[in-house]
Ligand binder design. Structure first.
Ligand code: GCB
Length: 604
């Protein structure tokens, strides 16, 4: 799926700005044929939750409505016009001038619809009904319930099966783009690198709709100079002296595809891509033939007022803070991030583990590992979850969206699912098969595993290329006891390494809640001292294990969650506050990470 851009044959209208907004109290039906009966406005893109003083809006579970008006300039009317949502969280029904034009379920992937047949000559009214409800058929997973009072009024409740606030709304850009009637539908770029000869073959597959006499593919280097040319829907282009896309040293080429008819340009699109080679071999994760060491974070799209909404200045700041610490990577925990963030990572050389919104696939939460000892341990997860269809859909959508990104080096199919419970393998095998079939660049796949899934109990390790562990020894297990934590960390990593000698192992989460400004002479949990000591303890063990290939701590910054007795205005495991001020651990981690090279830290 192409990102909307302006080219010589395409143009772009941005519908960002103030939209009318109301929550649906479900007292009177709302008719999308009429203007929305409200004067309340809200800013798009952003979550709606934190934009008003109203607690009712912030905590609303159910439906909300958005409305804006736009006009299309006459010269564009004969073009194919496509309305495109970067996302709509979590389910959307879209109406143009009162007519339903599309529906989409899944809150973190883009969708689009051709609007020509619904346009008025003058004003156009765009109305969007959204649901923020989640249940056991959706991703993420929610525990949903409802009750009806004597007046027939429905109260809807949602208990999130995950540890982040259920922000919702039109959180990403909404745009209209034009194409000619005959157009380039999709471009797939697959670079094959010959590292020994510093050369590459780049296959550019173009899907078109309509008729073209000729398709020309030109590769441009970063300075905009043409370096190779070919033609056809499948074009193989050879490059000598390639500039590799390297972690923290990005180099982006452009594949410019132009469709001609009668020697005239009909449509043209330019796709940025990087040339790099990803392999998993002998317990190492190789980028461009060298063992790569992940240094970085699990993150959230989470900022004041914007909520989960697109906040580009903060995206720029976050990557800058990461780079200043010597970090090189993050995981899009726990859902696909905005396309704009992925494009920024391509440019900045930030390595990304791209995660689906499959979080909460776990029925019972328990750190008592003894119950799992038996080989056929089974909780209710794989009987109660009905998420397979949504999971397949989102794998298709994330691949379609992100397949060409140089920054994406691995897919995370799920976060902390009950992979220790019977039934998990039957659930996940088809999903891993699907991901591997769909990814044209054949990237490695993983899931991040919860502590109850260990070398003995986890039933799905055979499915992953990289063992990705979320671990909280010293925090949720043995809180405050870093000695015991060190031993548990070491024992488990060595057990994984012995049992799966070919698979690299990394931490995709480890951390300790830390209240900024809280200090302790006794290194108590929640103090900044404890957080630093916790990271020192873990780092020491990481350095001892040859197949340990990366540390992505939890979390980059403090973030908002649902209410809970373990959460005081959210999760405080950030090494930065929600406002991006550093806690003490930042200095320690910076000192460590600037000394660890991205490539060649662990040996093949
Ligand atoms: C986890 C989850 C993450 C939580 C984190 C925590 O294992 O993957 O979503 O926020 O633990 O802090 O409890």
């Amino acid at each position: 799926m192409l990102y909307p851009i302006t080219t010589a044959s395409r143009t772009l209208l941005d519908l960002s700005g103030l939209w009318k907004f109301m929550i649906d109290r479900e007292v009177q039906p709302i008719d999308p044929k009429q203007p929305l009966p409200t004067e309340t406005v809200i800013s798009v893109p952003a979550s709606f939750n934190d934009q008003t003083a109203s607690q009712e809006i912030r905590e609303h579970v159910g439906y909300v409505w958005y409305e804006t008006n736009f006009r299309i300039a006459n010269p564009l009317r004969d073009q194919r016009l496509v309305l495109r949502f970067g996302s709509a969280t979590h389910e959307a029904w879209v109406y143009l001038n009162g007519q339903k034009i599309t529906h989409h379920k899944g809150g973190f992937t883009p969708f689009e619809v051709v609007i020509n047949d619904y346009l008025n000559d003058d004003n156009n009214r765009l109305t969007v009904k959204l649901s923020n409800m989640l249940d056991k058929t959706t991703l993420p997973v929610g525990n949903y319930s409802e009750s009806t009072d004597e007046n027939g009024h429905i109260t809807r409740r949602l208990d999130e099966n995950f540890d982040f606030f259920n922000y919702a709304g039109l959180q990403r850009p909404v745009k209209i783009y034009s194409t000619p009637q005959d157009y380039i539908q999709d471009i797939t770029v697959v670079p094959e690198v010959d590292l020994a000869h510093s050369s590459a073959t780049v296959r550019v597959n173009t899907q078109v709709a309509g008729h073209f006499d000729q398709l020309k593919v030109t590769l441009l280097d970063q300075a905009g100079q043409s370096v190779a040319e070919a033609s056809g829907t499948t074009a193989d282009l050879t490059l000598a002296n390639v500039h590799l896309w390297q972690p923290l040293h990005a180099y982006l080429y452009t594949a410019k595809v132009t469709g001609f008819r009668n020697n005239e340009i009909v449509d043209t699109y330019s796709e940025l891509f990087g040339i790099r080679k990803i392999e998993v071999k002998a317990g190492q994760f190789l980028i461009n033939g060298q063992p790569f060491y992940f240094k970085g974070f699990g993150k959230h799209e989470d900022t004041y007022v914007h909520g989960r909404g697109f906040n580009e200045p903060v995206n720029v700041l976050d990557l800058s803070l990461m780079k200043s610490m010597g970090a090189n990577s993050f995981r899009t925990s726990h859902y696909p991030y905005s396309e704009e963030m992925m494009r920024l990572c391509d440019r900045e050389g930030i390595v990304v583990i791209d995660e689906t919104p499959a979080v909460g696939l776990i029925d019972s939460f328990n750190f008592d590992l003894s119950v799992l000892e038996s080989d056929d341990f089974e909780d209710g997860t794989w009987k109660t979850m009905k998420t397979a269809a949504a999971h397949q859909q989102v794998i298709r959508e994330i691949m379609a969206r992100d397949k060409n990104h140089a920054c994406v080096v691995m897919w995370s199919i799920a976060n902390e699912a009950a992979t220790y419970s019977k039934g998990a393998h039957d659930y996940f095998k088809p999903l891993f098969d699907l991901a591997r079939k769909l990814d044209p660049q054949k990237r490695p796949c993983t899931y991040t595993s919860i502590m109850m899934a260990n070398p003995r109990t986890d039933k799905c390790v055979d499915l992953v290329d990289v063992i990705a562990l979320n671990r909280y020894y010293g925090w949720y297990v043995g809180n405050g006891d870093l000695k015991a934590a060190e031993k548990a960390t070491r024992d488990e990593l060595l057990a994984y390494q012995a049992k799966f000698p070919d698979k690299p192992i990394m931490y995709t989460e480890y951390g300790a809640d830390t209240v900024a400004g809280l200090h302790s002479n006794y290194d108590e949990p929640f103090s900044e001292e404890f957080q630093e000591d916790y990271y020192r303890m873990a780092s020491k063990v990481f350095d001892e294990v040859p197949h340990f290939v990366g540390e992505q701590l939890w979390n980059f910054a403090d973030f908002q969650t649902k209410f809970g007795i373990q959460r005081v205005q959210g999760n405080k495991k950030g090494i930065f506050t929600r406002a991006r001020e550093p806690k003490m651990a930042v200095r320690y981690l910076k000192d460590r990470w600037v000394r660890i090279p991205s490539l060649g830290y662990k040996k093949l």
